[in-house]
Design a protein around this ligand. Structure first.
Ligand code: SF4
Length: 365
């Protein structure tokens, strides 16, 4: 079996660690580029959301590299995500990829037994090894979050942005060559240390921006045109509201251990959006409130064109802007998004924040 899974930020690192530890070979799709998106868009329904198209492109790239099994997470939620797996499978079959095994893992909250049965299609009769591997994969998710937190702090303050770029570039390049959770954990920790050793301006007080919105487009850097890197290079300290670790905690760990996922976020968003409408709309509202309470200077909501849950949050967020006095920039992404216009909007937003922020010392590094 040669297993593959679509890109969503650094999720592939934890997935690779887990399947390496179980003894299953992974084919990691090439990092997403414009041609991946073109490939997926050509075969996708035109109005489907961007993640669907990118993921389809990832599968085909991996199949061309020898993958014969695709694993993705499913959902029974009210948004389109629940249809992703079955429709993508159908498209691949129609395109002649008939021998590809497609495994859709519905999250444990939809039924622990079904979750284990589906996972068993990949892991066979093994039980202990996959559970241990899953635990280590979760640890990796948490360590990746720690790496990103370090990056968010160092990047805007770094005296040499190219040094930071080189460290992250080497990490992305080398991590796919590692094998197993131990090697992967060691590389993450080593990269954190390297980032910490980059000389920084400790007196610099950057503007702080929280990234909120649809989970895939805020986590997967290709889909948001590398917004974290762009802002960091402009001297802004960013913080992303959702991460792979946070997703794993709320989608797998908490339901398996009998705890309620996203309980705090649901409570916080209740006055504005009391009902679950799919995706992470309630979380988006809650994160906006959280960042405002933490004195962030501004927020950026990112979501794919036609994303129903985030269109709803988009209609609520102006009220949060007023109630909490926090400016929000709204960015919609699809395959037509042009980089120049995107960067202009980011720069204009930063200029605006610099004029209104309490942190008036903001300077571009
Ligand atoms: S949350 Fe939005 S982008 Fe994600 S699958 Fe649902 S509709 Fe599509």
């Amino acid at each position: 079996m040669k297993l593959t899974y679509p890109h969503m930020g650094e999720a592939y690192i934890a997935a690779k660690a887990m399947f390496d530890d179980i003894g299953i070979e992974s084919v990691i799709p090439a990092y997403t580029t414009k041609s991946t998106l073109q490939l997926g868009s050509k075969l996708s329904p035109e109005s489907v959301c961007l993640p669907f198209k990118i993921m389809l492109g990832n599968y085909i790239n991996s199949i061309n590299e020898g993958a014969d099994t695709i694993i993705i997470t499913g959902s029974c939620g009210p948004c389109r995500f629940g249809y992703y797996g079955p429709i993508q499978q159908q498209i691949l079959e129609n395109e002649g990829y008939k021998d590809i095994n497609f495994v859709i893992l519905d999250p444990p909250k939809e039924g622990k037994r079904k979750f284990l049965e589906e996972l068993g299609k990949i892991t066979g009769k093994q039980v202990i090894k996959p559970i241990k591997a899953l635990r280590r994969a979760y640890k990796i998710c948490c360590e990746i979050d720690r790496l990103n937190e370090t990056l968010y702090y160092v990047r805007p303050r770094a005296l040499s942005k190219s040094k930071v770029k080189a460290i992250i570039h080497a990490f992305r390049n080398d991590i796919v060559k590692t094998h197993g959770s131990e090697e992967i954990l060691a590389m993450i920790q080593d990269t954190i240390e390297k980032l910490k050793s980059v000389p920084i301006d400790t007196s610099y007080k950057p503007l702080k921006i929280g990234i909120i919105g649809e989970i895939y487009t805020i986590i997967e850097p290709f889909s948001n045109l590398e917004v974290e890197e762009k802002l960091g290079d402009m001297g802004i300290e960013v913080h992303r509201s959702m991460t792979v670790g946070d997703w794993a905690r709320n989608t797998i760990i908490r339901p398996v251990t009998g705890r309620k996922p996203y309980a705090h976020e649901k409570k916080l968003s209740k006055p504005y959006l009391p009902a679950l409408i799919g995706g992470h709309a309630q979380q988006c509202i809650a994160h906006a409130i959280k960042y405002a309470n933490q004195d962030y200077d501004g927020l950026i909501q990112i979501y794919p064109m036609t994303c129903m849950p985030e269109i709803v949050s988009r209609s609520i967020l102006p009220q949060i802007e007023k109630d909490y006095n926090i400016p929000i920039l709204y960015l919609i992404v699809d395959e037509q998004t042009g980089e120049a216009g995107y960067v202009t909007r980011l720069e204009a937003f930063i200029d605006y924040l610099a004029g209104t922020s309490k942190r008036k010392e903001m300077v571009s590094h």
